[in-house]
Design a protein around this ligand. Structure first.
Ligand code: NAD
Ligand code: IPM
Ligand code: MN
Length: 348
């Protein structure tokens, strides 16, 4: 089993180091790692954020563990050379269309949530975010209007097949949980969303046991902080899912806590924390590595067929938190490495 390790930029390498220590401690037979450059680090070394070698490794590997990309030094580059193109390129090239972002509150973290503990304690949801389409991948550009003004544009679109395949992932995810699916869109304004809603309703016929509801994205943003416990599974498009999952992370304590899996149709996957390269804290040992460690657990469960090992990691994270491990984002003083130490010590 080959795992491609892509640490990337900023805190990416710091959090990946801790996830690697945890994976090494499990001593899984036949698990091997190969590391490659990605993002700003790759651009600086090779002139491209997603070098051909890195893409080839990602394609060859059984799974990918990814840190984060993004570097303020690169923000003025032409868009196709920016670090973020690496993660977008991997998602597209590998057809990783289904992004699962579980948001659960570890009970020990009720005090770290931005919400009152009694509201926060109800959080247990999965956001299913479409990852290969939407305004992210439509035609985009800068042009001059007839009167000479600068105009930027990004075309938002989904075709029905793209919606159907992610809707099925949403329904399947709900079938394995509490059988409640909320589809989030902006059908009151956007044609893209009207098609989304129509196709989700059609797909519901394949999953009659699931209770389906629909919500506009602005209301959803409000409901996530009013009563997050109402959600079981949310299915939504690329842009709305990006925004709502950052918001859900803070309900669950910190953006440093939320892992993710980005899967293709055959469960091959890329696993990464939902956060970015956090340039404001990079190199200071302040990053919370738990989202990445929990992403490694998702990798073992979904792509490598090792659910017991995934359970071991998740139990160790819970135990480390019970024992008081808290990085600064969780209100404590543990360094990135000390958070890793606490998880290692809790592994049984
Ligand atoms: P960010 O997620 O990097 O950081 C937002 C805030 O959360 C910052 O204050 C940061 O310090 C904090 N934070 C993030 N992760 C943390 C962790 N593990 N522990 C403690 N605190 C944490 O988002 P941003 O600042 O908007 O973006 C920074 C760069 O990262 C940009 O270049 C952006 O494009 C990129 N980015 C990349 C990914 C990815 O690689 N998948 C995801 C999001 C953002
Ligand atoms: C994420 C990030 C990415 C996204 C960026 C870096 C392209 O915010 O993984 O959530 O918008 O998908
Ligand atoms: Mn994001």
């Amino acid at each position: 089993m080959l795992v491609a390790l892509l640490p990337g930029d900023g805190i990416g390498p710091e959090v990946i180091t801790q996830a690697r220590r945890v994976l090494d401690a499990l001593a899984i037979d036949g698990l091997v790692f190969e590391e490659a450059l990605v993002g700003g680090a790759a651009y600086k070394a090779t002139g491209h954020p997603l070098p051909a070698d890195t893409l080839a490794l990602a394609k060859r590997a059984d799974a990918i563990l990814f840190g984060a990309v993004g570097d303020p030094d690169c923000d003025a580059l032409e868009r196709h050379l920016r670090p973020e193109q690496a993660i977008l390129g991997l998602r597209k090239e590998l057809s990783l269309f289904a992004n699962l972002r579980p948001a659960t509150l570890f009970p020990e973290l009720a005090d770290a949530s931005a919400l009152r503990p009694e509201v926060a304690s109800q959080i247990d949801m999965v956001i299913v975010r479409e990852l290969n389409g939407d305004v992210y991948f439509g035609e985009k550009g800068m042009r001059k209007t007839a009167t000479g003004k600068r105009e930027g544009y990004d075309i938002m679109s989904y075709d029905e097949d793209e919606v159907r395949r992610i809707a099925r992932v949403g329904f399947e995810t709900a079938m394995a949980r509490d059988k409640k699916l909320c589809s989030v869109d902006k059908a009151n304004v956007l044609e893209t969303s009207q098609l989304w809603r129509d196709v989700v309703i059609e797909t519901h016929a394949e999953y009659p046991e699931v209770a389906l509801s629909h919500m506009y994205v602005d209301n959803c943003a409000m409901q996530l902080v009013r009563n997050p416990g109402q959600f079981d599974v949310i299915v939504t498009g690329n842009l709305f899912g990006d925004i709502l999952s950052d918001q859900a992370s803070m309900c669950a304590g910190s953006i440093g806590m939320l892992p993710s899996a980005s899967l293709d149709a055959a469960q091959k996957g890329l696993y990464e924390p939902i956060h970015g390269s956090a340039p404001d804290i990079a190199g200071q040992g302040k990053a919370n590595p738990l989202a990445t460690i929990l992403s490694a657990a998702m990798m073992l469960r979904y792509s490598l067929g090792l659910p017991e090992q995934a359970d071991r990691i998740e139990a160790a994270v819970a135990k480390a938190l019970s024992g008081g491990a808290r990085s600064p984002d969780l209100g404590g003083t543990h360094s990135t490495r000390e958070m890793g130490d606490a998880v290692l010590a809790a592994l049984t």
